[in-house]
Structures are given as structure tokens and as C-alpha cells.
Ligand binder design. Structure first.
Ligand SMILES: Nc1ncnc2c1ncn2[C@@H]1O[C@H](COP(=O)(O)OP(=O)(O)OP(=O)(O)O)[C@@H](O)[C@H]1O
Length: 275
């Protein structure tokens, strides 16, 4: 089977800031992979390199066997942005957001055809949002908003789904719904790469985990990624003798001191990424 994403020796800098340095990683299709790292470790930059939004100084990225530009043209990658990257007051409905996933199928007139409407309805059904399709996107809960963007990826026909912090601002019940959905989408053969600070969510969410700190510190089974010495290296913390939530370890859940960054692009810009 073609690997979902192959990143080879990728380096990205912003001026003097080294965001990624020698990142080599193969993300398999048919599994959910968790991308874990502290604030500023390069997770969003890795997503941007995969979607072709930033061009690495050196190294290569292949998505389902093609380069990021071709993957973008072919609609191979679906991107679910961080909540902070979306203007939720933008006057568009949930259906409109999902329809942006069909742009690549519509030709330059961007006029939805019957098959586009059918694909959008099917995607909304799949994420259980059919009943909320005509609501303004900002009137959804945090978890529903994430599912709307997942539906956009499904409508697009994306074989690779990238989710940037999908559990930030989402309650536990919605989180469980999203985890179940992502597992189903991976079981269909898609590649699912999810960045998260939420170590508590990781065992249910992911089949494997990548620890990132500008380079890949570890890639393997989730249980091994959660070993205290590995988390300590990834987060620069003294976690004590136990792992997260264990005696002597940091409290279960979010790692302290690593809040999601606050960025505020327009919905249109976010919706354009990866589509
Ligand atoms: N546009 C930019 N210009 C300059 N530096 C940047 C830019 N974007 C990111 N950086 C820097 O690159 C490094 C990696 O940032 P990146 O956003 O990829 O990390 P992250 O792991 O996604 O963090 P977060 O959890 O906050 O989203 C950080 O040091 C960040 O300050």
C-alpha cells in the first residue's frame, strides 16, 4: 500500500527561527497517527509543509505518492484548522463550508452541480450534521465545528486528513464522537494525522504517536510515546517517576504551559488550505 505521507529530511526556517530540522517521517494509510509536541515544536509548520503552504529549505514531502502541489490540485489532502485560525463570524452556513471541499470538482465557475450537492449531503450525514446544515458556522459547538471541517474533507474526497488540535475547546462527549469518526475514516483506508496537546486523549485516539520537537524524537506505539522519559524530552518537563496522571507524574490531560497559539486568519484563508 502507498504510504499516506512521506516526509524526508525536511528543514523549515522562518528567518533565524528553526521550525523543523531534518524531519523524516512516514505516516501510514489506514491508521490514526497522533502528532504530539509542545507549543512551538513545529506541528503546524509540519502541516504547512505537507499541504505545500510553506516550502522546505531542503527535503521532500510526498502525499499518496505525489508532491504537495499535485496533492493540492488533486484534492488529496483535507485540512481541519485550529479554531483560532478561523473567523467563526463569517456569514457562511455549515453547508457552504462543506461545499468549499467541492471547489476542485466544479471547474472555474464554481457553480455546484447535482453531484456536488449529493457529495455534501453525504458528508454531512457521515459526520451527523445533516440537521444543522443551514446554520451559520459560528452557531455550532466546538465539536460540531470540527466535524463540519471533517465533512469538508470527506466531500472533497480527501485520502489524507490533517487535524490541527481538534480537541481544543471541545467537551469530552464531543471529543469521543470525533475520535470514533476519525477511527472510522482511517478504517476506510484514509491517512489521519492529528496534532494534539491532549495526552489523555491519545490512547483512545491514535494507533501510533509521533513526538516532535523540531525533529522527530519518537515514532511508535502510543504506550511507548507516553513513557515519562520520552515526554520529558518532548516537553522539557520533569515529569517525576510516573507518567501523566500517575503518582508522581503531571496531572492527566493537558501538559501545563503549552496552550494552543492564538492566530486569527479569515475563514476563507483557512478553508483554502489543503483544498
Ligand atoms: N510565520 C512565522 N514567522 C516566524 N516564526 C514562525 C512563524 N510561524 C511559526 N514560527 C515559529 O516556528 C516555530 C514552530 O512553530 P509552529 O507554529 O509550527 O509550532 P506548533 O508546534 O504548531 O505550535 P502551536 O502548538 O502553538 O500551534 C516556533 O518557534 C514559532 O514561533
Amino acid at each position: 500500500m502507498t504510504p499516506g505521507i512521506e516526509v524526508t529530511d525536511v528543514a523549515v526556517r522562518y528567518g533565524d527561527v528553526v521550525a523543523l530540522d531534518g524531519v523524516t517521517l512516514t505516516v501510514p494509510a489506514g491508521r490514526v497517527t497522533g502528532l504530539v509536541g509542545m507549543n512551538g515544536s513545529g506541528k503546524s509548520t509540519l502541516f504547512k509543509a505537507i499541504t505545500g503552504v510553506v516550502r522546505p529549505r531542503h527535503g521532500t514531502v510526498r502525499i499518496a505518492g505525489v508532491d504537495p502541489a499535485a496533492a493540492r490540485r488533486q484534492g488529496v489532502v483535507g485540512y481541519v484548522p485550529q479554531s483560532e485560525d478561523v473567523d467563526w463570524s463569517f456569514p457562511v452556513s455549515v453547508r457552504d463550508v462543506v461545499m468549499t471541499g467541492r471547489y476542485g470538482h466544479q471547474g472555474f465557475t464554481r457553480r455546484p452541480r447535482t453531484q456536488d450537492r449529493a457529495a455534501v449531503d453525504e458528508a454531512l450525514d457521515r459526520v451527523d450534521l445533516a440537521g444543522l446544515a443551514d446554520r451559520q458556522i459560528g452557531q455550532l459547538s466546538g465539536g460540531q465545528r470540527k466535524r463540519a471541517f471533517v465533512a469538508r474533507g470527506i466531500a472533497q474526497g480527501a485520502r489524507v486528513l490533517l487535524l490541527d488540535e481538534p480537541f481544543a475547546g471541545v467537551d469530552k462527549r464531543s471529543e469521543a464522537t470525533i475520535v470514533a469518526l476519525l477511527r472510522e475514516l482511517a478504517a476506510d483506508g484514509r491517512t489521519v494525522l492529528v496534532s494534539t496537546h491532549d495526552l489523555h486523549a491519545l490512547p483512545d485516539l491514535a494507533d501510533e504517536a509521533v513526538l516532535l520537537l523540531h525533529r522527530v524524537l519518537f515514532h511508535g506505539p502510543v504506550a511507548d510515546a507516553l513513557a515519562p522519559h520520552r515526554l520529558s524530552a518532548a516537553f522539557g518537563l520533569d515529569l517525576g517517576p510516573g507518567g501523566p496522571g500517575e503518582p508522581g507524574g503531571v496531572p492527566a490531560g493537558r501538559v501545563p504551559g503549552v496552550p494552543p497559539s492564538a492566530r486569527a486568519d479569515r475563514l476563507g484563508a483557512a478553508a483554502g488550505e489543503g483544498s
